[in-house]
Design a binder for this molecule. Sequence first.
Ligand SMILES: Cc1cc2nc3c(=O)[nH]c(=O)nc-3n(C[C@H](O)[C@H](O)[C@H](O)COP(=O)(O)OP(=O)(O)OC[C@H]3O[C@@H](n4cnc5c(N)ncnc54)[C@H](O)[C@@H]3O)c2cc1C
Length: 477
Amino acid sequence: MSSETVNLRTLDGGEVGLDAAVLDPIPDGARLRPGSPGFEDATRIWNGMIHKEPALVIQPETAGEVAFAVDLAREHELMFSIKGGGHNISGLALADGGLTLDMSRMKAVRVDTDSRLVQVGPGCLLGDVDRVTQEHGMATTLGFVSETGVAGLTLGGGFGYLSRRFGYTVDDLVEVEIVTADGQTRRASRASEPDLFWALRGGGGNFGVVTEFTFRLHEVGPQIMGGLIAWPAEDHAEDVLGLYREITTSAPREMTLVATMRLAPPAPFIPEQWHGNPMVAIVACHTGEPAQAAADLSPIKEFGKPITDQVMAKTYAEQQSMLDATQPKGANYYWKTEFIPGLSDPFLDVFRANAAGIESPMSQFMMFHVAGAINEHVEDDGAVGNRDAAFVTGAAGAWPATDPNGESYQAWVRSAWENIRPFSTGGNYVNFQTTDDDVARIESAYRGNYHRLRQVKAEWDPGNLFRVNRNLEPDRL
Ligand SMILES: Cc1cc2nc3c(=O)[nH]c(=O)nc-3n(C[C@H](O)[C@H](O)[C@H](O)COP(=O)(O)OP(=O)(O)OC[C@H]3O[C@@H](n4cnc5c(N)ncnc54)[C@H](O)[C@@H]3O)c2cc1C
């Protein structure tokens, strides 16, 4: 790269030309520009609606290289972003015209079975971690789709099939190594830099570049019982949602149920005559003893006449990747969600009515049961908050990038969201926010923790270098 100039966008919207020689400390092949081999892979993200192109990508392998990039960005006031798994729906992985740190070369996963801890590199996807921890019959709390990045999921809070037992992902987070805006590498935990650690447990990428996460592990799997069971919506929606409410009211924490309504996809396990017709489905995951799992799941398996019943004994790792195919990279996605405290009759009526308006073959209206361990922490145990939530619900709009009806699918998401807002706890999940969610939405994601989060932000990132995120300093963009 020497003797060339790299033009990069700056924080104030201007541009700076850097002599490419300043990048020499980063090995060849780990500093990419448009057209370089690997550039497209490094900048490809999940949501096809986002069109951003960094002018420079650095792929660090060490915390030292991360610190170099942070120093470079701070000294030249570069627009700067961090790409974990690239799954954020708002496209927060990429700095348009600026410098993107792609963490995909930092993928180490180390399990310590004695201390029941796992150290995870910031480039890991969920599947990378589950694969290794499951070799020891253990897991930490991660999300429902194995291709999601650990870093972004964790920093926004994180929930999944194990949350009812163990809480948010950040409730399992024990320590992080982080490069802060001053270029220093630090370790943060409840004992060391407690304010910073508190903020990192939900406050997103606002505070620095995490170079390692340490999570607590629990005995889970490898065998569990889980899968999807679906019924035709026309005859069954009301009864299935009623059953869902009844079971989730008393379900043991080993059992997590997700309810979804959509048009039946052309999946091989769904008989062809149902493809494209409205269906109501429950995705189940039971990580308890096999006999108990069978007993707890039997009311669901015996209910009505399902179109398909895929609930069976399987590995936890299989369960964790079961929904991957429903979320292909590069399609268009637009979501709106809320946390809710419970399932009232009027809410279930709205749920069904919203689902009846689905036109896209990929969109869904969903609810995830999360009540349990997350509710046993005080509201300000970590920035994540939302300790009063029992379900996460919302409209997940999705359609092929070539489908011309995107406007109409987005309009459905917005109107379905307006219908569920009256049932909200007042909180929403920061990691599900889209580009058009405003500052008020960020504030309502954190509610009582927002003010303290902004104080910690002002202390650790006074120049708002880390701003390609759900930003806590909107006045300083
Ligand atoms: C299909 C799908 C399923 C999902 N399922 C779940 C689920 O079950 N549970 C759940 O909780 N969430 C879920 N999510 C939401 C998910 O948590 C967010 O999209 C999250 O932002 C993804 O993280 P990422 O690393 O892939 O994102 P990226 O787009 O790479 O990054 C997102 C944000 O994290 C920051 N970031 C990334 N790496 C670092 C780092 N090393 N240091 C500091 N900041 C960093 C970035 O700056 C950016 O602001 C899902 C998302 C998708 C698309």
